[in-house]
Design a protein around this ligand. Structure first.
Ligand SMILES: Cc1ncc(COP(=O)(O)O)c(C=O)c1O
Length: 382
């Protein structure tokens, strides 16, 4: 009997939790009204449900002086933050200033910034250190008189490293620069005590935290001004027109509640399995190196390079037994820009793999994965 492959790709996406689906269910059929149709009773009910969800998110995330804007996901939130803020800055000041980011950001940050460069802004892409983390002094040295925005992710989607965002935010505040952070991979996995101390603009995504796909958040300071990307009926404070997807928002708010409530328990469980995987693989294979800091790291991420094997053969063999990622899910099969930015060669980046653990992953599956990877490496070396 052929057994189904082990799923270790939970940073690409997660399944919806049953409680999340149950919470959403009545909003698909019975309570389907448009929250903006406040002239009728069903619309009023939908509008109240929207506010309940918004308040629930605000409470769970402990947001004091922040506004939340619902988007379709982290890609849109990043685009809204970067295009919205930069274009508004240009209109307010008449200047095209400088924006700083990291070479290891997700494409949903790098590509909008490259587009802004074509519009006239200056973009600085900094290299992190070999452990994937940015050195504060490198950031300070890169600041220019015209730097008005910095975008640095909280945790990396490929190598899982967690940037010292609170320290970066202090540098920004001292220099009167606004900070955006893509925190799509973080909620429920690491403790975030105070969102007010993270950044002026924060991106979150629902499908990374066991919520529905197609919904995300951009959290902004009350005084942040953005040019919208989408114009129309003026929903979401005029920043994001279009009919509000209430079922998705109800589901996302439930997923946030559960992620928050279970963060400690879940992260201990995930880190225990991740360490089992890492230690098992390192014990059996001297030719494996771990990419990224192992200390400042998401609990469910492991990214490793197998030295001196053919990358495409390695992936070809393991893919029938383990579902995992050779880069980020969104990189369309390109060799990882993240791994190359932290010093891996093209060939090493090709023979690398991201293994990301889910809430239902078992110790048995981890043991089996260690064996599959070890046997594959041994066979390729024969
Ligand atoms: C760090 C990061 N940013 C942005 C995205 C894009 O997220 P979404 O699928 O919600 O648009 C992802 C998804 O892989 C991600 O990991």
């Amino acid at each position: 009997m052929v057994s189904s492959p082990i799923l270790l790709d939970f940073q690409s996406s997660t399944p919806c939790l049953r409680e999340v689906v149950e919470e959403m269910s009545s909003y698909w059929i019975e309570n389907f009204a448009n929250p903006s149709s406040k002239g009728n009773l069903s619309g009023l009910y939908a509008s109240a449900a929207l506010e309940v969800s918004r308040n629930k998110i605000q409470e769970n995330l402990n947001l004091l002086n922040k506004k939340i804007i619902f988007t379709s996901g982290a890609t849109e939130s990043n685009n809204l933050a970067l295009f919205g803020f930069a274009r508004n800055f240009q209109q307010r000041t008449g200047r095209y200033g400088n924006i700083i980011t990291l070479k290891t950001e997700h494409k949903a940050v790098l590509e909008p910034l490259r587009q802004l460069k074509k519009e006239g802004f200056s973009i600085t892409e900094l290299n992190p250190e070999s452990d994937g983390l940015i050195l504060e002094e490198n950031l300070i040295n890169a600041l220019r008189d015209d730097t008005f925005l910095i975008s640095i992710m909280l945790a990396n989607n490929e190598i899982g490293v967690i940037q010292p965002i609170e320290k970066i935010f202090k540098i920004c505040q001292k220099n009167n620069i606004k900070l955006h952070t893509d925190a799509a991979q973080c909620l429920g996995y690491i403790p975030i005590k105070n969102f007010d101390l993270l950044a002026n603009m924060i991106t979150l995504s629902s499908h990374k935290i066991y919520g529905p796909k197609g919904i995300g958040l951009l959290i902004i300071d009350e005084d942040i001004q953005l040019n919208p990307l989408v114009y129309g009926g003026g929903q979401e404070f005029g920043y994001r027109s279009g009919t509000i997807p209430l079922p998705l928002i109800v589901g996302f708010s439930k997923a946030i509640e559960l992620a928050n409530k279970n963060q400690l328990k879940n992260s201990i469980h995930l880190a225990t399995l991740r360490d089992q995987l890492m230690n098992g693989l390192l014990k059996k294979n001297s030719e494996i190196i771990i990419n990224g800091s192992i200390i400042d790291r998401l609990p469910h991420n492991l990214n490793l390079t197998v030295l001196d094997v053919n990358g495409s053969m390695f992936h070809k063999y393991i893919k029938h037994q383990i579902i995992c990622s050779s880069g980020s899910a969104c990189s369309n099969g390109n060799v990882s820009h993240v791994l190359q930015s932290i010093g891996r060669s093209f060939k090493e980046a090709e023979s690398s793999v991201r293994l990301s653990i889910g809430l239902n992953t078992t110790a048995f599956e981890i043991e089996k994965s260690i064996n599959v990877i070890t046997e594959t490496i041994n066979n390729l070396r024969k």
